[in-house]
Design a protein around this ligand. Structure first.
Ligand SMILES: Cc1cc2nc3c(=O)[nH]c(=O)nc-3n(C[C@H](O)[C@H](O)[C@H](O)COP(=O)(O)O)c2cc1C
Length: 181
């Protein structure tokens, strides 16, 4: 399948970006074609009707349209979606045809806090529903992520590493069954 990965913060040391890269490597190792949009790709002008669409948004929209699934790995800011990611979603949402319609999406989050970014994922679910995307019922959250993830973004403890793969593989099976393409 073709899969898109979106997320992380703008920090070079982003824990969420590290987790995203781990999940992307795992999906790639299972034979899927991966496109990641992270870091500088997400440094977009604030959405405004009269602005020309940035080239990276056009590329992102095309990748999302072609994808059978998306994985979003999002920091939680004040129990919600960080501005740079919401802005990227808003830019994508006005592209025609909408890249979101019927798209299976797996949500994941990492946080140094005790809740692993799970509250932010609730706000993502409301946004995905509004976009007409298919939010996978399962999700992956990594609490205490500054200690729980290694330098490559893999969970240090074996049981969490297995859980991450179980959630990812479950999503890939669902996306294949939904076969958006
Ligand atoms: C403006 C702001 C708001 C934050 N709000 C939350 C929050 O509501 N819940 C939480 O778990 N962490 C919160 N954090 C801490 C982030 O989870 C932490 O900075 C994390 O490392 C961000 O993800 P990153 O490592 O991918 O940059 C907040 C951080 C910032 C800068």
């Amino acid at each position: 399948m073709k899969l898109v990965f979106l997320g992380g913060s703008l920090r070079p040391a982003s824990l969420n970006r590290r987790l995203l890269q781990h999940l992307a490597r795992q999906a790639e190792a299972r034979g899927h074609f991966i496109q990641c949009f992270v870091g500088e790709d997400l440094r977009l002008p604030l959405y405004e009707d009269d602005l020309p669409t940035p080239a990276v948004v056009l590329r992102m929209a095309e990748a999302f349209r072609e994808a059978q699934g998306a994985v979003i790995v999002s920091p939680e800011y004040n129990a919600g979606i960080p501005g740079h990611l919401k802005n990227a979603v808003d830019w994508l949402s006005v592209q025609k045809p909408s890249p979101w319609t019927g798209l299976p999406v797996l949500l994941a989050a990492a946080s140094p806090g005790a809740f692993g970014g799970s509250r932010g994922l609730m706000t993502w679910r409301a946004t995905l529903a509004n976009l007409g995307a298919w939010g996978a019922p399962g999700a992956l959250t990594i609490p205490r992520a500054h200690e729980a993830l290694d330098a490559e973004g893999a969970p240090v403890e074996a049981r969490y590493a297995q859980e991450a793969l179980r959630v990812l593989e479950g999503f890939l099976e669902s996306a294949a069954r939904l076969d958006r393409g």
